[in-house]
Write a new protein. Structure first.
Length: 225
């Protein structure tokens, strides 16, 4: 199974379906985020699941423990392969999220958005070292009993060394030949480098979805792995 999950960040379900069907043979799953979910809801997720690929529901839930637990219970019928919450929600929230999730669903904690850098961390009152922040939250996620974390390719090697059986989701990967697609991603690596460093799955969006031939783009990335 390919470790590539294609990010279908569009409110347009027909476009999402068309891309998913084109790349189906060369990706391991589909990532659906807030943009898709707000436009299409649970019904839209069900429709995408009919394509036959695992669904990564990337809603990055972050609220009081009871609310997050109830929200995940409401998502149970969708039986997602992977579900995200924010590690910064704290231990009790992470524990409640894992307890509420379906048995087969991997609950993965977002450590630090790949759009942030040290200056951004400082501006919200945190230590300005992204690596330190990611490692602290990875430790919290592991001790709270969730399955893994979302982190950038720059941090995944150290996180994997500290958490041997963790599940590591690395977004913001860009093929070596990629052009300026990553304006809002400040910490990026190539798919091969992320896998070598310990990533379990790679999230790839625009290099596939905005390519002239998405199927060819997905095949080309898969070939580097």
């Amino acid at each position: 199974m390919s470790p590539i999950y294609v990010a279908l960040d569009t409110p347009d379900i027909e476009r999402a379906k068309a891309i998913a069907k084109r790349v189906r043979a060369h990706v391991g799953g589909i990532k659906l985020g807030l943009e898709f979910f707000m436009a299409n809801g649970r019904h839209g997720v069900h429709e995408m699941a009919e394509i036959g690929l695992p669904i990564f529901l990337d809603l990055k839930l972050h609220d009081i423990p009871n609310t997050v637990g109830k929200a995940i219970q409401a998502l149970r019928p969708l039986d997602p392969a992977i579900l995200t919450v924010h590690a910064a929600g704290g231990r009790a929230m992470l524990e409640d999220a894992k307890a509420a999730a379906p048995t087969g669903t991997k609950v993965v904690a977002v450590t630090m958005l790949t759009s942030l850098d040290g200056n951004d961390l400082r501006s919200i009152g945190l230590s300005p070292d992204p690596h330190e922040q990611v490692m602290r939250l990875a430790d919290l996620a592991r001790s709270a009993g969730v399955d893994g974390i979302v982190c950038s390719g720059e941090e995944v090697r150290a996180a994997h060394a500290a958490w041997k059986d963790g599940f590591f989701v690395v977004p913001g990967v860009r093929p070596a030949n990629g052009n300026g697609h990553h304006a809002d991603q400040k910490r990026v690596v190539t798919p091969r480098a992320a896998l070598d460093a310990g990533a379990s799955i790679l999230v790839v969006g625009r290099p596939i979805t905005q390519a002239e031939d998405p199927d060819h783009a997905a095949r080309a990335i898969e070939a580097t792995l």
